[in-house]
Design a protein around this ligand. Sequence first.
Ligand SMILES: [Zn+2]
Ligand SMILES: [Zn+2]
Length: 276
Amino acid sequence: MTALRSNIHTHSTYADGRDAPEDMLRAALRLGFHTLGFSEHGRADYDDCAMPADVEPLYRADILRLKAKYAGRIDVLLGYEHDWLSPPTPDRYDYIIESVHYLRAGGGFVCVDDTRDILTDAIDKHFGGDPYAMCREYFRTVAESCQSGAQVLGHMDLVMKFNERRDLFDDADSRYLKCALEAADAAADSGMLIEINTGAIARGYRTQPYPGPAILRRLAERGARIVVTSDCHNSDYLDCGFADAAALARGCGFRTAWQYRGAQLEEYPLEDIVNG
Ligand SMILES: [Zn+2]
Ligand SMILES: [Zn+2]
C-alpha cells in the first residue's frame, strides 16, 4: 500500500495562495512527494485572485528556477489554471487546468465561487431567481470549456461550493442532473484528465470533494480518467483528503486514477492510496 505523493493543483503567493513556491516545495519534500505542480490562476481581468499580466513572467521564471534547483529530489511542473472566459493561455506550460469560475451574465462576469451572497445575488439578478437556470448556464460553460485542449478539467461542479447542505438547490433534481451529466459526457469525450478536487475541504466550505457522486458515476461509466488534487492555497494541505477522494472514486466505479510522475502520466490503483 502506498499513499499518493503528487499534486498538480496548487496556488502560491503569485496569486491567492499563502506560501511562496519554495515553501510549498519544502513541504512536499517532507511528505515524500515525487512530483509537485504549480498551477497559478492565469490572467483574467475580471478576477482579483488571478495573476496580473506583468506577474506571469516572474511566476514562470521562479518555477523554472525551482525546477532546476530541485532536479533529482522532486519533479517540479510549471502549470497554469486557466479560467475559461479569460484570454487564451500562453504556450510553454507543462500542463493547463481548465476551470470555470465565472459565468457571462448581465453583460459582465459573475463569480460562482467567491461568496455565497455573490452567488445568490447573481441568481436573483441574472437568472430570475431560478438556481437551476444558473446551473444550466454553468454546466453549459463547463461543457464548452472541454473543447479547450487543456490537459486537466478543474473542479467541474464548483457551483456546489456553497450548497453542500442543498439549501440553494437540489443536486438530485432532474433540472440539475440533466445539465451536470451532459457536462460529464462532454468531459469524458474530451479525453481530459478530470479532477477529483479536495480544495473546498481544506478551506472549510465542504466535507466532500468535487465533483459529486452522480457526476463521478457517469464519468466512470464513460471510461473517463481522473486525477486527485487538493487545489491547495497553503502548504499545510498539499495532500488534504486524498484517501477520502480515492474512496469516493472507488465507490462510484473507478478502479484506477492517473497522476503525473514528472512529465509522464501514470495510472495507479486507487486502493493504493492510504492516509500518510
Ligand atoms: Zn479553480
Ligand atoms: Zn485552483
